[in-house]
Design a protein around this ligand. Sequence first.
Ligand code: SF4
Length: 182
Amino acid sequence: MLMTESTCSLCPLRGRPVPGYSEQPDPELIIIGEAPGREEKEQGRPFVGPAGKLLRGLLAEAGWDPARVHFTNRVWCFPERDFLDSAIITCPKHYLMPELASLSRVRVVVTVGKVSSSLFFPGLTMKQMEGKARVCRTSFDKDVRIYLATYHPAHVLRGNRSARERILATLIRARGLLSWFS
Ligand code: SF4
């Protein structure tokens, strides 16, 4: 999907959406984060800031080719104003869900952080969701997918050392689950 130059007015954030992106047209994995940071907002691409770079390194360590990973977020605008609660509800209906439907061939999805994971593991705390895998077909999926939840790489940058190992373990597990669909 191409970067858009126009702003969106579907929720009070009224920002310039940062669409999902993969370097190659045939991704094997989808990563869903929370919302773009400042660097992502400036470049118009998700997961290009420090947390994204860390995550790309962990993906490579787990055996994924980061160029074949589609990166996206639950909320597509930088949450610079106090309207994140509204955006969390509105944004995925208009952007993330149609995006996931358009990527129906990608059968493994990893959600990083509480905001994105709670969309697929409702009612659970981050501690309860972390490391969990769920095989399901949501209303916007054409077929079943495996969803796995883990911490956001920003936790590692904030000094949570165990988060690095937990994220890596989930990415390795996700890699192993690819064979279910091959
Ligand atoms: S967060 Fe989503 S719904 Fe809200 S303005 Fe941005 S793109 Fe539109």
